[in-house]
Design a protein around this ligand. Structure first.
Ligand code: ADP
Length: 450
């Protein structure tokens, strides 16, 4: 499958999964909110009913004398009460609505005798609400026009603790049901809108999540192309040399040696390149694990700097460059790490300094310490690097001037390897440079804790 299609498909899958999961979470949250609102209303209504019924029950009981009979004292307590068999229309409106608990929340009250027959009613009457069995304290009822009611029943006793009957207090649930239905519709209609938003943001987020993978894939592609290109150059040179030699009718010893030397040079270049590539792979594997799986040797930087200066003295001599080292430290500096890799790091930087410094120039290696780090400066009086190039020279295969660098045998991997080694040692490399005046590379390595 084409890589772009694969990325697109992966983005779709990611977005779909994300939207699906978010949809489920949103749906559950919506349902939770709906249930919480409905539950809170149910509880509030029950508390109110309990409190109103309890107040009426407590104030009625001390004035009730005979079972199922309402004496004038009880009627005074319930100004708008209407006893069964009397004409309630005579009660003046002002009195019907005298301030009383049952008027405050559209409550109704019913008084029943012990056998469940209606004795009196008060409050906002609920229409044809059935008289239900009175064993249960809480009841949900529905009248003939389909309005739901919630009702609580308490047993009433007379002053001398005889059974009087029952008091029922209830209220219509219509207002609450209307409110809860509005919330339900709000959620039902709002959810698809939210899902559209979630789908859009999922697509965007999936794109964002894919970006580093996409970038990394392009880097690998670029790396492969660059590596292939670098490998092809010496291979083509070897083939051209061998083919032109084979086409010669006769071959003198000098010509044969010349051919073999060219082949050997290109072969060395190839080997170096393959070694560099392997080194980079190893460093990638090292730094991919956290913490980097490094050798934990004690490395004395004073010795390392002297070794590098000594080893590369011949190269400097050939290039007519003066290579010196300075230890600006009072005691030896030690770091933890892999001595071979650190040697490679320094020799890459010093050989670059020698290569990019014209004859007669100087390269100085300086070792010093900051409070927690060891600093190694590699300073040259060479051609320098412009500021925009300074940002790119650590990229793999990057060369400021590929013709000139190829002339020095470089493939553009030296600084990437050095940088990878520094990072694996929890260190860093920085560069300060001015074209025409020279460069100063600084390696910072954390000192071994004592
Ligand atoms: P190369 O193998 O080409 O030297 P490097 O990764 O070591 O590759 O360096 C990348 C580029 O950085 C080089 O091609 C060169 O242009 C530039 N460079 C590195 N060190 C120096 C230096 N000391 N002075 C000037 N330019 C340098």
């Amino acid at each position: 499958m084409n890589q772009n299609k694969l990325f697109q498909l992966t983005r779709w899958r990611l977005a779909t999964w994300y939207a699906g999961v978010m949809g489920v979470i949103l749906g559950l949250c919506g349902l939770g909110v709906y249930e919480a609102i409905a539950h809170a209303h149910r509880i509030t209504i029950d508390r109110e009913l309990e409190s109103v019924a309890g107040t009426l029950h407590d104030s009625l009981e001390p004035v009730l004398k005979q079972p199922a009979r309402l004496e004038p004292e009880a009627i005074r307590l319930l100004p708008d009460v209407c006893q069964v068999g009397t004409d309630c229309s005579k009660i003046p409106n002002s009195q019907r609505h005298a301030a009383g608990a049952i008027h405050q929340g559209n409550y109704y009250m019913r008084l029943l005798d012990r056998s469940g027959r209606l004795v009196a009613v008060a409050g906002v009457q609920p229409g044809n609400l059935p008289l239900t069995p009175i064993e249960q304290q809480w009841q949900n009822l529905r009248n003939d026009v389909g309005i739901n009611y919630r009702q609580i029943t308490f047993t009433l006793h007379t002053q001398d603790y005889q059974d009087w009957g029952y008091i029922q207090v209830g209220r219509s649930l219509q207002d609450v049901e209307n409110y809860v239905a509005t919330v339900r519709w709000f959620l039902i209609l709002g959810l698809p809108g939210m899902m559209l938003l979630v789908a859009g943001s999922s697509w965007w987020l999936a794109g964002l999540a894919m970006q580093p993978i996409y970038k990394s894939y392009h880097q690998i592609q670029q790396f492969t192309a660059d590596a292939a290109h670098e490998l092809r150059t010496p291979l083509a040179a070897i083939r051209a040399t061998v083919e032109s030699t084979l086409m010669m009718p006769t071959l003198s010893e000098v010509e044969a040696r010349d051919t073999l030397q060219t082949t050997r040079r290109q072969n060395q270049r190839l080997s170096q390149l393959v070694e560099d590539l392997l080194m980079l792979c190893r460093m990638d594997q090292l730094t991919a694990s956290s913490p980097p799986k490094l050798k934990g040797e004690r490395v004395c930087l004073n010795d390392l700097v002297s070794d590098v200066a000594e080893e590369l003295a011949a190269l400097a001599l050939t290039a007519d460059v003066m290579l010196t080292s300075q230890m600006q430290v009072s005691s030896p500096l030690e770091v933890t790490g892999d001595v071979e890799q650190l040697y490679r790091l320094l020799s890459n930087l010093v050989s670059n300094a020698i290569h990019y410094t014209p004859a007669g120039g100087k390269v100085i290696l300086v070792l010093e310490r900051s409070p927690h780090d060891a600093l190694i400066h590699i300073q040259d009086t060479g051609i320098g690097i412009s500021v925009p190039e300074q940002k790119r020279i650590f990229d793999r295969f990057y060369r400021v001037n590929s013709d000139r660098s190829r002339h020095t045998g470089g493939s553009g991997l030296g600084l990437s390897i050095a940088n990878a080694i520094a990072l694996a040692h929890y260190g860093s490399i920085s560069v300060e440079s001015e074209p025409g005046k020279g460069s100063r590379f600084t390696v910072r390595l954390p000192l071994k804790e004592v």
